[in-house]
Design a protein around this ligand. Structure first.
Ligand code: GRF
Length: 208
């Protein structure tokens, strides 16, 4: 399968998925990297590894950016099967969601539906988790709809929140789990091991 990964930052999830594609754990190829920040760590890594970089959305004064229609055309031309959001901070337009039904995933660093939605990003998530007194946190991978963090939940894993945790310490513990979970889920996606329950809940079938 062919994947497009969207990033806005350092791209550590992107790198771990890329490595899993190279070593064969994921039966897929990252053909396109989409970013709203052409100089972010993820974009630099993509160029170093010969992955095509597309700028989206377009910004004033930056002629390189694509419109939504042009992005959809570019993804189709690259024969992209699935879109993987990995720390991409912009909302995904409805036109792209409709072009890739049940094919766009996002990762969020809390146990959704808690601590999600607009405003919950980066360290803010982990600070809110610590302030709430919650004893567990962890990443959620979900399908993407037209709102922030509300699409159908596909996978989660848990880490403890320690009494002495700073937001940075909790973030690091969650991020380690993100890398494992996203690689596993992307492997399942590429092997068509995702099934949809009648009530619309997606499930991952384990390997035979
Ligand atoms: C991760 O914590 C992810 O959950 C969130 O943004 C962060 C991206 O980290 N959506 P990285 O760019 O993959 O290192």
């Amino acid at each position: 399968k062919k994947l497009a990964v969207f990033v806005s930052g350092g791209g550590s999830n992107f790198r771990s998925i890329h490595e899993a594609c190279i070593n064969g754990f994921v039966h897929g190829e990252i053909a396109v990297l989409v970013t709203n920040k052409g100089d972010c760590g993820g974009a630099v890594y993509a160029r170093e590894n010969g992955i095509q970089v597309l700028q989206f959305p377009s910004k004033k004064g930056e002629p390189d950016g694509l419109s939504t229609s042009d992005l959809v055309t570019a993804l189709r031309n690259a024969e992209i099967d699935f879109v993987i959001l990995a720390g991409y901070l912009k909302l995904i337009p409805l036109q792209l969601i409709q072009a890739y039904p049940r094919s766009i995933l996002n990762i969020h660093p809390s146990l959704l539906p808690a601590f999600g939605g607009k405003g919950y990003y980066g360290m803010k998530v982990h600070k809110a988790v610590i302030a709430s007194g919650a004893r567990y946190s962890g990443p959620t991978i979900h399908f993407v709809d037209e709102h922030y963090d509300t699409g159908r939940i596909l996978a989660q894993s848990i880490v403890p929140v320690l009494a002495t945790d700073t937001a940075e310490e909790l973030a690091a513990r969650v991020l380690k789990e993100e890398h494992k979970l996203y690689v596993d889920v992307t492997a399942a996606l590429c092997e068509e091991r995702i099934v949809w329950r009648d009530d619309g809940v997606p499930l991952i079938q384990s390997k035979e």
